[in-house]
Design a protein around this ligand. Structure first.
Ligand SMILES: O=C(O)CCC(=O)C(=O)O
Ligand SMILES: [Fe+2]
Length: 559
């Protein structure tokens, strides 16, 4: 009932779905037999039967993704049976459960504040439904036929519910329970009973509404407003709702030696990610000129299509000149109203067009040249080599392969989502200017090809291949980082997120390779992208038998 938005004129946005969309959360909405598309299937009459049918459908989702459970009214008892079953099968438990408008499932029959439908005639049953705030429209001649059987079955779910888990230990996840202050059946004390079912924290919230408050726009709006006010009070200002939308690509927090060096935006160091031997092999390969150079695009990126916008300027200028020339010409001929012949117009337009194209062209060239000289030429002053086409028999191939396989496992992403690794050398005085690795939205040059070739860069992985004598740190420039600079340490991997998990560019992630002050600096680098990268160097992995660390080597995520 929270998740159906309806269709056509009945379409009404679902607050829950909107929230899920805004936060990149997947909603597993359940449609049991007897409802909508499953209208012809006989409905269930026991909560445990629903749970048993449902668990195999959702189990695979519960295993590898943190989840919460949201349930209303008799749905809470279905959720309860589902979680008992999941716990018995040792499946992960939810991060939290949000349970609304229902007594805890251990409520004895005598204390249940309703009449069982089984003994009720048609009118009595309708009245019983009304006491649960079922909308009057359901009892209309047009609808009651469709709803009747389903309502009888639904009521049986809680009328005849038996609590069979008396000996089971309580859950440990936090529970937030809600009750409507105008609910005629379910009262605060009954909802409070849920507290007995968890050793985690328990919160009880009163909502201004009746039993079906999530369907009542005013109750729901009131509830959302209250929540926002609460947030404002806690934060002492306008709630930063965008914060909840910041999700990043997965990184396995159990990785040995992983340290989070900045909380938000997150920055990680995986200590001793590569061995000293591998670092040396990669440095040697680059220095010995055994790897192909990578021409690094230092040019200012200009969308040449935009230059077409200058065409009207050229045309207007040339037209004006031609017109002036014609006027002068006909004036000189003595006949002020002489007819302008096509030949005369063409003769005058030709030179004018040439004149204007040359003028505007020169201006553009000068501007671009200036920009390159002042900006482009100094974006990156080191040297880069690529492993894109590296022969698997190359002495450095196993080191590259270990790098790719470990990165793949740490990021839970197949290795074909990693761009071909590169080795970079900075000599004294060399650097990489402040830059972003993800493409900003609306960036013109090559954005389309970039996005087609693997999509946005989600994670940058830099491994420092040597100890640098002076300078050469990787600096983050957004004020949130307060000057955070990672000093190179041989074998350490630095990981951060140029874009959010959904591919949105993160403007806070500007960073630079600071100038090397003494000695040299070598790094190994890749980016994990949204999708498979056509040029990925996964061929290096196929050739390797296994990873010396004993971790799974693989094009294939461990999750
Ligand atoms: O050299 C560094 O420390 C950073 C390199 C970098 O950010 C890059 O290559 O994109
Ligand atoms: Fe970078």
């Amino acid at each position: 009932m929270y998740t159906s938005e309806g269709t056509g004129i009945r379409r009404a946005p679902s607050a829950l779905l909107e929230w899920c969309r805004a936060n990149g959360v997947e909603c597993l909405a359940v449609q049991p037999p007897g409802r909508l598309l499953r209208g012809r299937e006989p409905p269930f009459t026991r909560c445990c039967d629903i749970a048993e049918a449902l668990l195999p459908v959702v189990a695979s989702k519960l295993i590898d993704t943190p989840y919460v459970v949201i349930a209303h009214s008799v749905g809470t008892w279905v959720a309860y049976e589902l979680l008992r079953l999941a716990a018995a099968q040792r499946l992960p438990m939810p991060r939290q459960a949000f349970l609304s408008a229902m007594a805890s499932p251990d409520i004895p029959h005598v204390a249940r504040p309703w009449r069982q439908q089984r003994g009720l005639g048609e009118e009595e049953f309708k009245d019983e439904c009304r006491s649960w705030d079922v909308n009057e429209i359901v009892f209309s001649a047009a609808l009651w036929g469709t709803y009747h059987d389903l309502m009888r079955a639904d009521f049986t779910l809680f009328d005849e519910f038996e609590h069979t888990h008396g000996g089971a230990p309580p859950f440990a996840f936090p529970v937030t329970a809600f009750y409507g202050n105008r609910d005629r059946r379910i009262k605060r004390s009954m909802v409070e009973g849920w507290q007995r079912f968890t050793t985690g924290s328990f919160q009880l919230l009163e909502v201004d509404g009746h039993h079906l408050w999530p369907l009542d726009k005013d109750s729901l709006l009131g509830e959302l407003q209250r929540e926002r006010q609460q947030q404002q009070q806690q934060q002492g200002g306008v709630p930063d709702l965008s914060a909840t939308r910041r999700t990043y690509h997965f990184i396995d927090s159990r990785w040995p030696g992983l340290e989070q060096v900045h909380a938000e935006p997150p920055v990680y160091i995986a200590h001793d990610f590569l061995s000293a031997d591998d670092c040396a092999a990669l440095r040697r390969a680059a220095e010995a000129g055994q790897l192909p150079y990578l021409a690094y695009d230092n040019a200012v990126l200009v969308d040449t299509h935009r230059l077409l916008l200058l065409l009207p300027v050229v045309a207007a200028g040339a037209g004006f000149d031609a017109w002036q020339a014609l006027l002068a010409h006909s004036g000189a001929g003595g006949g002020g109203d002489a007819a302008v012949t096509a030949a005369a117009l063409a003769a005058a337009a030709g030179p004018a067009l040439l004149h204007w194209s040359a003028g505007v062209g020169l201006l553009v060239a000068a501007a671009l040249g200036g920009m390159r000289a002042f900006v482009g030429g100094r974006v990156f002053t080191g040297t880069k080599w690529t492993a894109a086409q590296l022969d698997p028999s190359h002495p450095a191939a196993p080191a590259f392969a270990r790098f790719l396989s470990r990165t793949s496992v740490l990021l839970g992403a197949p290795a074909d989502r990693l761009e071909p690794p590169t080795v970079t050398r900075y000599r004294r005085g060399e650097y990489q200017r402040k830059h972003f690795d993800a493409r900003p939205d609306g960036d013109p040059a090559g954005l389309k090809q970039f996005l087609e070739a693997g999509g946005q860069r989600l994670v940058q992985v830099v491994v420092y291949l040597n100890e640098v004598e002076g300078g050469g740190g990787t600096r983050f420039h957004h004020p949130l980082f307060r000057g955070l600079t990672i000093e190179p340490r041989q074998g350490d991997a630095l990981l951060f997120f140029p874009a959010y998990a959904d591919g949105r560019f993160d403007v806070r992630m500007a960073h630079s390779g600071q100038p090397v002050e003494a000695g040299q600096k070598f790094i190994l680098n890749t980016w994990c992208c949204q999708r498979a990268v056509p040029s990925a160097a996964s061929h290096l992995l196929d050739q390797q038998g296994g990873d010396a660390s004993g971790r799974t080597l693989g094009v294939g995520a461990p999750r």
